[in-house]
Design a protein around this ligand. Structure first.
Ligand SMILES: NC(=O)c1ccc[n+]([C@@H]2O[C@H](COP(=O)([O-])OP(=O)(O)OC[C@H]3O[C@@H](n4cnc5c(N)ncnc54)[C@H](OP(=O)(O)O)[C@@H]3O)[C@@H](O)[C@H]2O)c1
Length: 290
């Protein structure tokens, strides 16, 4: 009988698309789900859930932040006979002092963790810190491409984790025994300040890129000037506070516990990431090394 597929939600995102690539490379059938993915799936449209879960044996769940949809989704998954869930969560979820949470996002993710733990299914929780890919694909990518990263993060440092490592841990948890009931806190091997991160990217790309520390007040004013509502600008500033305060500067042992090897360094990430100006050919080689 054909092996039942593994559902990957957030399949076009930073972690999900690497999970899809790794599962496929290992020969596992995958249902790659997102609004724009191969398999159309929308968290906010529950009529898309059954088709995503039909006949699936395991699922990587990348939740829609700011919602409480994982609990009903897990219930639906159980009805479909899904046996294993790996949940994408984040560092600091169980620490009320980690980040100011005006939107209830932290409570939503905490509820997702609780729903998975209480589900009776085989579960694993991935709790990464700041992704290194924020510099190449995410939050900071436009500023890096423009050559100047302006943030209210002072000389704060973080143990940025490579999404390649996150994906490897998720794939291990989806496909191997021995990860059930584990909460893996994931980080890189070393705290890296924003100035150091930018210098590393400058070195591998040969482009001049600057980090400019701003006060929180000036950062919010800049975002508002760019057209962001004040309340949203404050939320961005909140998200950066743990970075400024060094709350994400500790090393966690999740990559080692899950994979039996150390995490990739920021320098390794920078060497293999796709930066503006890299040719498609280089990018192809880079992707295959990731
Ligand atoms: N970035 C970080 O540094 C960091 C650190 C710790 C934890 N996290 C957590 O990690 C998770 C994000 O993971 P990620 O970075 O791998 O994802 P990502 O790169 O932000 O991508 C989000 C994924 O979710 C999909 N998506 C968005 N809205 C959707 C909807 N309404 N219905 C279905 N799919 C939807 C997107 O695809 P479509 O747009 O095509 O639907 C995309 O595949 C979040 O929960 C975040 O809090 C992030």
């Amino acid at each position: 009988m054909a092996e039942p597929p593994i559902l990957v939600t957030g399949a076009t995102g930073k972690s999900g698309r690497r999970v899809v690539a790794r599962l496929r490379a290992a020969g596992h059938p995958v249902r790659a789900a997102a609004r724009s993915g191969e398999h159309p799936f929308d968290w906010t449209d529950a009529s898309t859930w059954d088709a995503a879960l039909e006949g699936v044996r395991a699922a990587y769940v990348v939740q829609l932040d700011g919602t409480n949809l994982v609990r009903p989704f897990v219930e639906q998954a159980k009805k479909h006979g899904v046996r294993r869930i790996v949940l994408a969560s984040g560092r600091g979820i169980d620490d009320p002092d980690y980040v100011r949470d005006r939107t209830g996002m932290r409570d939503g993710i905490a509820d997702s963790e609780a729903a998975v733990r209480e589900s009776g299914l085989e579960w694993t929780i991935s709790r990464p810190g700041w992704f290194a890919q924020n510099f190449s694909e995410g939050f900071f990518a436009d500023a890096i491409a423009a050559g100047e990263l302006r943030l209210p993060a002072g000389d704060g440092a973080a143990t940025f984790v490579d999404a390649a490592d996150i994906a490897s841990v998720v794939v291990a948890a989806l496909t191997e025994d021995g990860h059930t009931g584990q909460t893996y806190e994931l980080s890189g091997p070393l705290a890296v300040s924003l100035a150091e991160a930018v210098a590393t990217i400058s070195a591998v790309t040969g482009r001049e890129i600057r980090y400019v520390p701003l006060s929180t007040k000036d950062y919010i004013a800049e975002l508002v000037n760019q057209g962001l509502p004040h309340a949203e600008a404050e939320i961005f500033a909140d998200v950066l506070e743990p970075l400024r305060e060094g709350r994400d500067a500790h090393v966690s042992d999740g990559v080692h516990r899950a994979l039996g090897r150390p995490p990739r360094s920021f320098a390794e990430f920078a060497e293999t990431a796709i930066w503006p100006g890299k040719t498609v050919d280089q990018a192809g080689k880079v992707e295959s090394r990731e």
